[in-house]
Design a protein around this ligand. Structure first.
Ligand SMILES: NC(=O)c1ccc[n+]([C@@H]2O[C@H](COP(=O)([O-])OP(=O)(O)OC[C@H]3O[C@@H](n4cnc5c(N)ncnc54)[C@H](O)[C@@H]3O)[C@@H](O)[C@H]2O)c1
Length: 362
């Protein structure tokens, strides 16, 4: 099998889908690896390191896409890459198709075997390839929010930790999963007042026990959300319904009631966002102001810390990539239920029920 590793082209993206160490593993298992020139540079990996690990280096993305049996990527293919895909090629990457109707059409037309990182399952039903990036996005959301609250950037001028004799900032996190729990950890560590809401009582219980009451946990319902959002200095959207479009949990009316200069970071933007006033932004223009509230909604936040993110992501993908190499794509999918759950498109059809429903194919 020839694995192709193109350079990521999403604005500000710094991650790469394969480290030299993963490359060495794939080569030792019998695969060939073709890495686009400089693909690892922004994550701190040089072409020389990939060569030493057994890869061939390609001068263009075109060559990588043309020769690869399986394209290993980080972000979903962008319009500039649509023409490079070969019919019936396998692409293993984040796809986020519930929020990507146009890409879905291309994958179907080209009969791409699209395996989405975000729906690959581990035993017990967790999402091991989403987890490390969610942890990073959750942790980053607080440092980004703290920065955007600064007066010179149009924020309300609230210091999250406050100082003795002042009120600390109020951080409200909706969703207590991987990203939400890590946002809570950072916010509590900075000395903010933290409230977290979820529908899953077990998650709230775990946080309540961990923080011994220092973090307020609330059931996620419209009344609680309305009260907390109105008082938030920093609001974090961190909900997920696997593979589906994110539910809108914060309405425009609620955003209008927030104090001027407060900040929203909607981590769930890659699934469409969970705040009514949110729309995707990018690393080159990460925020916009609406109803006096700063909105941040970058769908590839982990690119801000390309080195940590690349290592975290590839450690998680490695067992699945190794399986695909060892068994071959068809057998690996047939024998591994968790990997099969990652298959979103195949033979011109959407094979993931939640995605099909979100896009109106079901
Ligand atoms: N923007 C980025 O760069 C970036 C990076 C990584 C992950 N993400 C995204 O962040 C989102 C969250 O991912 P995660 O790994 O934390 O998911 P997760 O499944 O670990 O957690 C999601 C939580 O949302 C809760 N939830 C669902 N509906 C809810 C509701 N109505 N109210 C309150 N809580 C609700 C669930 O019970 C769960 O605890 C996903 O969309 C993921 O793709 C974005």
């Amino acid at each position: 099998m020839l694995i192709g590793v193109p350079q990521e082209i999403k604005i500000g993206e710094t991650r790469v889908s394969m480290t030299p160490s993963l490359c060495r593993r794939c080569v030792s298992l019998g695969a060939k690896v073709l890495v686009q020139k400089s693909a690892g540079n922004s994550a701190g990996f040089t072409d020389a390191e990939y060569r030493a690990a057994g890869a061939d280096i390609a001068n263009s993305a075109r060559r990588v896409w043309r020769e690869a049996d399986m394209i290993l990527k980080v972000k979903e293919p962008l319009p500039a890459e649509y023409g490079l895909m070969r019919n019936e090629q396998t692409i293993f990457t984040y796809l986020h198709l519930a929020a990507g109707a146009e890409l879905a059409k291309v994958l179907l037309k080209k009969r791409i075997l699209g395996i989405a990182y975000e729906t690959v399952e581990a035993t017990g039903g967790s999402y091991p390839l989403l987890q490390p990036m969610s942890q990073i996005a959750g942790r980053l959301s607080i440092q980004i929010g703290a920065y955007r609250l600064q007066s010179q950037l149009g924020g309300s001028g609230v210091l999250l930790g406050g100082i003795p004799g002042t009120m600390p900032g109020h951080v409200v996190v909706i969703g207590a999963g991987n990203s939400g729990a890590h946002a809570v950890q950072m916010a509590a560590g900075m000395g903010a007042r933290v409230t977290v809401l979820d529908l899953d009582m077990r998650k709230l219980e775990a946080l309540d026990i961990d923080y011994r009451g220092r973090v307020v946990t609330l059931m996620s319902n419209p009344a609680n959300i309305e009260n907390e959002v109105a008082d938030a200095d920093l609001l974090i959207g961190a909900v997920l319904i696997p593979a589906a479009k994110a539910p809108i949990v914060v309405s425009r009316k609620m955003v209008k009631k927030m104090r001027p200069g407060s900040v929203i970071v909607d981590i769930a933007i890659d699934q469409g966002g969970c705040i009514e006033t949110i729309r995707p932004t990018s690393h080159s223009e990460p925020t916009y102001l609406e109803h006096g509230v700063v909105h941040y909604a970058v769908p590839n936040m982990p690119a801000l810390v390309g080195r940590t993110s690349t290592i975290g992501l590839t450690q998680a993908t490695e067992p699945f990539v190794a399986l695909l190499v060892q068994k071959g794509i068809e057998r690996a999918i047939a024998e591994h239920k968790g990997l099969a759950a990652g298959v979103n498109t195949r033979n011109g059809k959407i094979t993931c029920e939640a995605v099909a429903k979100a896009l109106g194919y079901a």
